[in-house]
Design a protein around this ligand. Structure first.
Ligand code: F6P
Length: 503
């Protein structure tokens, strides 16, 4: 992609996210080892942190790592993008079971997740969970401040009293972390540049105002120098909330928000994927599907999350089989559901509901040698996914609401053979840019059935034309481009700190 041109970051880098870029777990011998955590963000950001000897702060994902335990080094055989991260570059944040219950399961995934996805009926408001959220965010802030003091000490020792370390904080689990960081920096006169990226949608004022702690959240998000979202809609929602809740002076055209004499720049930076990596994976991945040639596969890949619209999708598929019976025994819906947040009630219920529904539909339509739905509840390897993306005829990406959705992008990257069709929800961030997909409202089940029929009958030349455009755009606007744009917007690139265009 365009971001492949290497440019150095001109300051020490500290990345902060809820999860570390790898998961710690015990191996067969009972030793704590690093386990790969897939994800475009990790693949892109980890090499940059390695290159500039930066620091990554986050929760280890394990209760087995106790304070003062060393982080295991990576296995010498490890080829993951995080393999080059030395343990000295990792600062684990230790969270105990009740913190995970109240902060992660409770506030992050029981309150903010549904609310930010504009599903307020699913949100719980529990003040104990919110208190723990603030406490945990302050813990992240303390760890960040320690790393910051360290970085400044090193700069000072080298006679550099000017460069401000760059702190890059990620996502809705850390909305109030910057409040304390800024307070302490101002009190102790520590120099730093603070940037934030939200990986999920930002809701409208009508939704945001339901949150009893909306003012503290907004103030937390304004403690940065720079705050970025996937798309312009989310930026404008945020700016509107700042204006209406906090009375900030705002400039919607230039996306500026003023609070207490400070001006915060807001920007839309749509995330991309490591496109070339997915192409390579799909070039070498052995076939994972062994369907006979006259059966077409419709593929769904999602974390098992109620925002992904799985129930709507399956009901639409049933409508499709009713309405267009000529496709029976000719198509299979292959749904991969990746286990996620399994301690949260809503997620447990969704698992049961999905399984019941699939059982009913398979019972209704199955023949001795054919079932309409194949269902996998589990985690596939990147290579297996690449093979499925490559070999399916249609990808169904129909979330009810989604910050961006990377599955849509990974699918087109892997479509290196006979092109298939992408069916995409306009309520995913990706729906705003992937114009050559077939867009369909996931709430309109009849329309979804029609679009599926259209996709399966689409002539080869039309599929080719659409897929070529889709792939071209994602190759250009890949995850490196996104990251470079972020650093550039923060004025953190060595040469030519430009306007966010990597070229
Ligand atoms: O992009 C949203 C996000 O919540 C990330 O922050 C997170 O790492 C990912 O989805 C998976 O969720 P979780 O970390 O809760 O397993």
């Amino acid at each position: 992609g365009m971001g492949n041109k290497k440019r150095e970051i001109n300051a020490p880098l500290i990345v902060v996210s809820n999860r570390l870029p790898f998961v710690l777990g015990k191996n067969a011998d009972g030793d704590l080892v690093r386990k790969q955590s897939a994800g475009g963000l990790v693949t892109a950001v980890a090499p940059v942190v390695v290159e500039c000897n930066g620091t990554w702060i986050g929760w280890s994902g394990s209760f087995d790592l106790k304070p003062n335990d060393p982080i295991p080094e990576s296995d010498p055989e490890d080829k993951a993008p995080t393999a080059g991260l030395k343990s000295s570059q990792i600062i684990p944040v230790h969270l105990d079971k009740s913190e995970i219950e109240e902060f992660y399961n409770g506030c992050c995934n029981g309150t903010f997740w549904p609310l930010f996805h504009s599903m307020p009926d699913r949100a719980n408001f529990v003040s104990r969970d919110w208190k723990t959220y603030c406490k945990v965010n302050d813990k992240f802030a303390d760890c960040t401040l320690a790393a910051l003091r360290d970085a400044i000490k090193k700069l000072d020792a080298a006679g550099d009293y000017h460069t401000a370390p760059l702190v890059w904080i990620h996502d809705y689990q850390l909305l109030t972390t910057a409040t304390k960081i800024r307070q302490v920096c101002e009190a102790e006169n520590l120099r730093c540049k603070l940037g934030f990226f939200l990986h999920i949608p930002f809701p409208s004022w009508d939704i945001m105002r339901l949150l009893p702690w909306d003012d503290q959240i907004l103030q937390g998000m304004l403690a940065y120098d720079f705050t970025a979202f996937h798309i312009e809609d989310y930026c404008l929602n945020f700016i509107d909330c700042c204006c209406r809740r906090l009375g900030c002076r705002v400039d919607r055209t230039n996306m500026l928000v003023e609070l207490a004499g400070r001006t915060i720049q807001v920007k839309a930076l749509p995330i991309g994927i490591p496109f070339d990596r997915f192409v390579q994976l799909s070039e070498k991945a052995p076939a994972f599907l062994n369907m006979s040639d006259d059966v077409k596969v419709i593929l769904g890949v999602d974390r098992l999350d109620y925002t992904k619209g799985l129930v709507h999708r399956i009901l639409a598929f049933e409508k499709f089989l009713d309405k267009y019976p000529e496709h029976r025994e000719k198509v299979v819906l292959l749904q991969i559901s990746v286990p996620s947040r399994t301690d949260v009630k809503e997620y447990k219920q969704l698992k049961d509901e999905t399984e019941l529904l699939i059982g009913r539909i398979n019972g209704r339509f199955s023949m001795p040698n054919w079932s309409p739905i194949r269902y996998i509840y589990g985690c596939l390897s990147q290579e297996q996914l690449a093979a499925l993306y490559r070999d399916c005829a249609v990808a169904l990406v129909t979330p009810l609401r989604d910050g961006m959705n990377l599955v849509a992008k990974e699918f087109v990257a892997c479509q290196i053979r006979t092109p298939g069709v992408l069916i995409l929800s306009p309520f995913a961030g990706a729906g705003g840019t992937m114009h050559e997909a077939l867009l369909v409202n996931p709430y309109e089940l009849d329309e979804m059935a029609n679009v599926l029929h259209r996709a399966l009958r689409m002539p080869l030349d039309e599929r080719e034309l659409r897929m070529t455009q889709l792939r071209h755009r994602e190759q250009l606007l890949d995850v490196n481009y996104w990251m470079t744009s972020f650093f550039s917007s923060m004025g953190a690139l060595g040469d030519d700190a430009g306007d966010g265009n990597a070229d």
